[in-house]
Design a protein around this ligand. Sequence first.
Ligand code: GRF
Length: 240
Amino acid sequence: RRLVVLISGSGSNLQALIDAQNTPALPNTSIVLVLSNRKAAHGLVRATTASPPIPTAYLALQPYLRSNPGKTREDYDLELARIVLRAKPDVVVLAGWMHIVSEPFLEALRGTREVKDEGQGQDESSSNNDENPVPTNPIPVINLHPALPGQFDGANAIQRGYEAFQRGEVDKLGVMVHRVVAEVDRGEPLIVREVPIEKGESLEVYEERLHRVEWEIIVQATKRVLDEVKPLPLEDTENA
Ligand code: GRF
């Protein structure tokens, strides 16, 4: 089974998926592309130094807009989708992806929107489907978020959660992986794990403990969604 992982940062969740490939935690599964919107994302190094190395792609929004005057955020999102679709994933995992994925991106992965690039010549003879790939089945997108459902949308969720807990504004914290079905509404949670702060625990220590929970649930959630869309062949289930 084929995974595409989108990252923006250190890629520790990506690393958890890399380490789980083709083990009982994630049997018969390969990460076929790591896509980052930041060139400096350490996750890109994790991909290129994995064995076997994992193909990477990089597409940042501002440089794209600067070098494509007249193109919009929507065009950028469609270009992202084109790059993802060319890798023919069964599931797409957002692991520390610091953009809100947009409707055009999600529709392209559902197959309800073409990723045709207006700029390209309509040369019907060339089999341009590799340029404008269309998914045969809707490709699920899942996202890891370091907070509980409905809590702390956006960036720095861990620190904001920690501080809110210290101020007594929330009585529980945790992490979740959820489906991504539309730009604004968080899709149904797949796995939710409460991670209570231990007495007098510093933010740094709490964050490290919370990341370890993230690494567990991102692998579990990915396996669950993969098994929905691409169950293991029978002979694999014996030794999975
Ligand atoms: C994690 O805290 C994740 O929950 C959040 O951003 C961070 C990504 O970490 N979305 P990494 O890049 O996977 O190490």
